[in-house]
Design a protein around this ligand. Sequence first.
Ligand code: HEC
Ligand code: HEC
Length: 213
Amino acid sequence: MRFGPGPRIAVAALLRVCLVLPADGSIAAETPTPPAAAACRDCHGAGGEGNAAGGIPRLAGQSAGYLEQELVDYSSGNRTNPIMQKFAKALSERDRKTVSEYFASLATPYDVARSTANAAELSRGRELAQQGSEAKRVQACDNCHGPDGAGVPHAAPFLAGQYSGYVASALHSFLNGSRKNDPGQLMTSVVERLDDADIAAVADYFSSLASND
Ligand code: HEC
Ligand code: HEC
């Protein structure tokens, strides 16, 4: 399990205090922050931008329906993660909806300069995303996740601009049993055909894209 309530989170919180807070003025939300979202900001950031080093996903601009469903799944144990299960269970049904709509409404800028992948890796990632792999019988990610991984509300979350480490970890979670919220085994059947190099390539490719529309 990659995420635990260990030093990573402490480091993420520290980084936020040292580096992120001074920049907050530039990401003022149009929607007032609902009280239930206050605790989320400690990890997911004041603008819902997440934190690459902490393995904390970006929530800003993700569809409200997807975010709410994930909170329901953490709460029921359909998706396991000790930190998020605790926070999701503490929310009322109404709060889950409110915080999801809040983070969905944020148009926080992306941090585009984070990819360290080389050109060959990015090109392999792009191929999997846009065309899939006939040899591995894997269909293109973008078929479900939308053009350039921009997301399709009510169908699949955005991947564009999501942090590479988080995307890779999320892919593994469909196989290692920590994520059972995969209706029709759509993601499981994709991930079981990818090897670690494919996963790294496609995760780096999506994290190198930044699109919020
Ligand atoms: C202590 C840090 C921490 C706090 C506080 C926190 N989160 Fe998270 N959140 C995480 C981590 C780490 C993950 C990734 C967990 C995983 O891999 O399943 C995550 C994942 C999520 C996801 C899944 C995103 C996706 O793309 O699937 C949602 C939704 C979410 N958090 C919402 C919230 C909300 C709403 C709150 C406040 C009520 C909150 N989080 C508070 C650390 C935190
Ligand atoms: C047949 C449709 C389909 C295809 C093809 C597909 N996905 Fe998905 N994917 C989904 C759905 C639906 C979900 C949401 C599952 C849930 O409810 O949590 C998802 C979730 C994910 C997540 C979790 C996102 C998050 O924020 O936690 C990642 C990462 C992901 N897909 C990556 C990929 C990659 C990479 C590919 C291509 C190699 C791919 N997907 C191909 C349908 C698909």
